[in-house]
Ligand binder design. Structure first.
Ligand code: SF4
Length: 440
């Protein structure tokens, strides 16, 4: 049975409707796809053909497309004039066109990738005019920490002034009835600093505090940043406590934040993401993770970690075990800590764009299966089960229901991985048994 993700299902549905409408009307419209998920066409180029895509637009154009008198207008003029078909790929121009060829399952696929060089200044980025999804508002673009597996960091850093952020929140409140602001950045603790002149990425606490004061002044009841680094969270010991007071974090107002855990391997973090740790050193990575979890939790923040499996196809069994051990140490040393861990597979973007995708189906060795198993076990035991117990504690019937729900949410994937390990053989089974015996 072919598995299909929720995203793929709805994306396919949308494209099928577009293609059907085009056919029905005998239209010659050119279909473009853009935004940050376009790397997925490199992974599955058959979709370019299936969705009848004329081009895949990469770069910042998505944010300025509506401005017809600016880059957006020039882009559509070039498109209508057929310049995307005749562009010289070796000549530097505003829109670089690259025809890529992919070999998959014994046949060739082609895709027209259009790169937009333009990197709009903050003044050129238009404010939203309609409510955004879940109250999300951008507060900066770029990052500056330089992780090799990331393309955000290749873009210049731009910070939105507080007034611009407030205007967007007001749109969400006025037209969307929203009472929250979901503050998007790729590392909120970088907001306001100049990585060229700021020693060791020391956060600009004053700028971050002013930003959140401005956000709360709009009258929102809840705000939380989308992403932040663990090192940034503890680099200034007053930062998280002060921001927590401003945004009224409390036991009944937890602040969720997504943080890149990436790997427990000191070797890998040093090789691919050393500045993610600044002002700390790679050798201090485990200390950084543990202290950041403690600081965040103490101030009612709950980090949602992501891990990269098969980082640059360079993850050794020992690297995987380091990740498993670090999660377990966190659980053991801070039994009441709150965090989730989600394993993702390596995608070749940023400075590693010429590497190969990590092929989980064929390249998952026993220790990597162990990483996946450990993350699910953690989320099951320390997240789902605890949460469900809390929800159902006042009512025995509810309790039974939520206990069963917890078992199926967590237990089913764990059981599936155990069956997979049995099928794969002794080495995989041994890894699962070791986790159960030593790292549970
Ligand atoms: S900290 Fe995050 S956003 Fe910044 S470069 Fe690293 S992975 Fe990218």
């Amino acid at each position: 049975r072919k598995q299909m993700s929720y995203d793929e299902f709805y994306s396919r549905d949308l494209h099928q409707r577009i293609v059907a409408a085009k056919r029905k009307n005998g239209s010659n419209a050119k279909i473009l796809a853009g935004a940050s998920g376009t790397w997925q066409y490199n992974y599955d180029p058959a979709k370019i053909e299936e969705y009848d895509l004329y081009g895949i637009v990469e770069g910042d154009l998505g944010g300025i497309g509506p401005e017809m008198d600016g880059t957006g207008g020039r882009f559509f003029d070039a498109l209508i004039n057929g310049e995307m078909e005749t562009a010289n790929p070796f000549k530097k121009r505003e829109f670089k066109v690259e025809i890529k060829e992919f070999a998959r399952d014994g046949r060739k696929y082609h895709g027209r990738f259009i790169h937009c060089w333009d990197q709009p200044s903050v003044d050129e980025i238009p404010n939203i005019i309609n409510p955004s999804m879940h109250g999300q508002v951008e507060v900066m673009r770029g990052c500056g920490r330089g992780c090799k597996f990331c393309d955000v960091t290749l873009r210049p850093l731009r910070y939105y002034p507080v007034e611009k952020v407030q205007k967007e929140i007001e749109i969400n409140m006025k037209y969307g009835g929203l009472k929250n602001a979901w503050v998007h950045s790729d590392d909120i603790f970088v907001y306001g600093l100049n990585p060229r002149t700021t020693k060791n990425m020391q956060p600009n606490r004053e700028a971050i505090e002013e930003l959140f004061k401005g956000i709360m002044a709009t009258g929102v009841e809840h705000t939380n940043p989308t992403h932040g680094t663990l090192a940034g969270a503890i680099a200034d010991e007053r930062l998280v406590p002060n921001v927590s007071k401003i945004i009224k974090a409390s036991p009944s107002n937890h602040i969720g934040i997504q943080c890149g855990f990436e790997t427990g391997s000191i070797r890998l973090i040093g090789k691919y993401a050393d500045r993610k740790l600044a002002p700390y050193q790679p050798a201090e990575w485990h200390w950084v993770v543990k202290n950041a979890v403690k600081t965040l939790n103490e101030n009612y923040w709950v980090p949602a970690f992501t891990i990269i499996m098969g980082l640059n196809n360079d993850e050794t069994p020992e690297d995987s075990w380091e990740t498993i051990r670090l999660i377990h140490e966190l659980e053991n040393e801070q039994p009441d800590s709150k965090f989730t861990v989600t394993p993702l597979t390596f995608v070749p973007i940023g400075l590693l764009e010429n590497s190969a995708f990590f092929d989980i189906g064929n390249s998952i060795d026993a220790p990597k299966l162990g990483v996946m198993y450990k993350t699910w076990q953690h989320n099951f035991k320390h997240g789902i089960q605890k949460f469900m117990r809390k929800v159902g504690r006042e009512n025995p019937i509810k309790n039974l229901f939520f206990a069963a729900l917890a078992r199926s949410l967590g237990g089913v994937p764990l059981g599936a991985m155990e069956r997979y390990a049995r099928k794969k053989g002794l080495e995989h089974e041994r890894v699962i048994e070791t986790i159960k015996a030593k790292y549970w």
